[in-house]
Design a protein around this ligand. Sequence first.
Ligand SMILES: Cc1ncc(COP(=O)(O)O)c(C=O)c1O
Length: 400
Amino acid sequence: MNADLDLLQPYPFEKLRQLLEGVEPADIHAVSLSVGEPKHAAPQFALDALVAGLAKLENYPSTRGSDALRESMAQWLCRRFHIDASRSSTIAEQHVIPVNGTREGLFAIAQCLLDNKQNARSVLMPNPFYQIYEGATLLAGCQPDFYTIDENADDNLDGLSDAQLDQCQMIYVCTPGNPTGAVNSKQALQRLIEKAHQHNFVIVSDECYSEIYREEHGAPCGLLEAANDMGNSTFERCIVFHSLSKRSNLPGLRSGFVAGDANIIKRFVEYRTYQGCAMSGAVQDASIAAWSDETHVEANRCAYDAKYKGVINVLSPELNVATPPAGFYLWPQLPLDDQFFTRQLLAEHNVRTVPGSFLARETHGTANPGAHRLRLALVAPIADCLDAATRIVECLKKHS
Ligand SMILES: Cc1ncc(COP(=O)(O)O)c(C=O)c1O
């Protein structure tokens, strides 16, 4: 067996399963705020396109995806990130390919990009984080190096030391962040791009929550927009991932894309040819439909905005919690142990959440930044989210 498999940590939901083993949930309506799986309805026209495309299952799809798919993704990128529309055909040709959900792409890019024979073998990643970054790094034979993140996403990036940047080949950035919901400004992303050139590393920006922003905050900047606006119009050293899972409530479609530096994309296509992960033609058709429409995305954002307003209203007298600019999580600080609280919440109120400490690591003698935090995914229907918030307050009053 590959000995590096032993380096992998149990996934947060496996830890959660163990934590909650033997807990008898209270006998009331169950509400789950644990898994970040969107529950709003998927757009019907995308599902129709999927069905209409079923005949395409009779053919092998190509790794690069159809021209029509890459054009729809490139046009979306140009519209959303203020890139000159006249460049969309070049972007479609050289700078973008589909991935079967960003999870596999975020994993695979590390296998393609990282050189585990170099002295500088670290990969920087946020802490708390999406655990795929860590597993991808370890299985590529490199070393995770964590940077703590909180609500001040720009300070978190600016705080990286020269020594850390010299040691790293690649950095994962997650903006908007999971679980913080914090976003990086264009200026902070541009400073990071300058450092990538100075210190010789690649930036991989996970932007799968970029469309789930609060309307009053406005659309977050992306890494390619930041690069383009500073004259790096070929996106050198920049790679982004986008997904239909959260944007279009299609987590089961397994559809996203990777875009950026043409040299990296070219090598990534070669890598993926061997990995054998082309996107099915029917999924491509549904994806074209979804990337070409914004109306359903706006409705999606409005639904999350309403949940945030209601839930914060219930929680804020008891909890130190604020509405983040983006994402669909709340990441409150708790006055008591997060794992204890998670168990009590299930036992007494039948509400499932994730203890913050399961989403983060203790490093360099620094305490786990997720300890005494809770991650609440506001994915359940609004009535359930409000109900859960009331039960959380009751549980807090009893135990703190
Ligand atoms: C930060 C982050 N990145 C990537 C993903 C993967 O999303 P998908 O593979 O559905 O595109 C998730 C899913 O929860 C996530 O939270």
